[in-house]
Design a protein around this ligand. Sequence first.
Ligand code: RFL
Ligand code: PHB
Length: 395
Amino acid sequence: MKTQVAIIGGGPAGLLLSHLLHQAGVDSVVLEHRSRAQVQSRIRAGVLEQGTVDLLRSCGLGDRMDREGHPHDGMQVAWAGQESFFIDVRKHLGKRFMAYGQTQIQEDLHAACDARSARVIHEALDVTLHGVESANPHVTFVHAGQEQRLDCQFIAGCDGFHGVSRKAIPANVLREFEKVYPFGWLGILSETPPLPDIVYANHPRGFALASMRSPTLSRYYLQVPLDTRIEDWPDERFWQELKARYPREIADRIVTGPSIEKSIAPLRSYVAEPMRHGQLFLAGDAAHIVPPTGAKGLNLAVSDVFYLSRALADFYGTGSPFLLDGYSDMALRRVWASVRTSWYLTNLLHRFPDSTAFDQRAQEHELEYLRSSPSAQLALAEQYAGLPFEAPGGA
Ligand code: RFL
Ligand code: PHB
């Protein structure tokens, strides 16, 4: 097989890249090691920044999102015994968010692939990258028991944090920046009406988050120790603990019901630099991970893919490698802004097992400052909204 761009990974980053490249007249093949049903069944992100929403609309993927998604204006923050406050991104910046599940985006991307008969190979096993430093790299894999070879000009590593692409960058080139947090999130999805706003809570019992997928589907999370077992968290215990972490007037408005999904995710910040080596370009979770506290991961995958598709389209359109050469630096500027925001919000809103009385007071004063200062709220609104996408020549 032969293509211009071999895309490793058929998650949101890989499929959106293949969609945008197709619109620019660039050919690609996607190699995904899971089945379509397995990719489809992951419950993950839910909050889209305005930039992500605009991009999905402009590339023809916005219809269902606009019908079924829930636009909202910002985030509410509650903490023990205090009045909650609202970071109003719409008021400060004129930008909004859309609550629309990654699961739905993945379905929309699969439908778009079907409509254009895209070459997406599921259950492509043992994917191996060859010659990424040469002008003619290739990828080998096993499909339906057959060894296959895909020749290409570029490889896009969109295979998530545990993928193989990043490992093709030599250790003496790759720089890694990492922070692992001493807790995870236990999340549930339930067919109950959500609270009207996304509400983050900092409580002595730990962090909690109330979010939404649709007017009839809610998503809630609890901070839990890393050794937590899902079996120990029947729904009743989850709801009781969730309500205990919110102020009374918010807890009373939470509608409980049976969960339809329950999972635990550890929290980590990670950045790999550079995001390009030879003909290999990394995008999305393959290059960076943020703790979900800022809802930034999927949004970063989208901005990486936007920059990469624009650079590849420009290369094939004009022959100029200028945008490809600038890809890593440009993507990393936006990545680090969101990595910093996610780290800041994680520190602000969670209870750390090893924190001292000093740390605790400092955290409370930071929350009080945010509650009382319009300038502090504006600064946080700007970070939570996400940076705008850069023009081709830079900021
Ligand atoms: P993905 O989604 O991990 O997709 C990678 C794909 O590559 C495949 N793959 C391989 N294929 C071939 N060969 C190999 N060797 C392969 N290894 C892996 C995988 O099967 C998979 O299909 O990465 P991508 O596309 O970069 O997308 C990133 C997002 O999925 C991720 O950043 C977000 O889900 C993060 N995230 C959130 N992001 C937001 O923007 N807003 C949110 O509200 C939000 N909430 C969340 C989140 C992530 C969470 N978890 C579970 C970590 C909430 C949670 C709980
Ligand atoms: C979600 O709806 O899954 C969600 C919302 C906000 C976050 C993280 C996840 O910060």
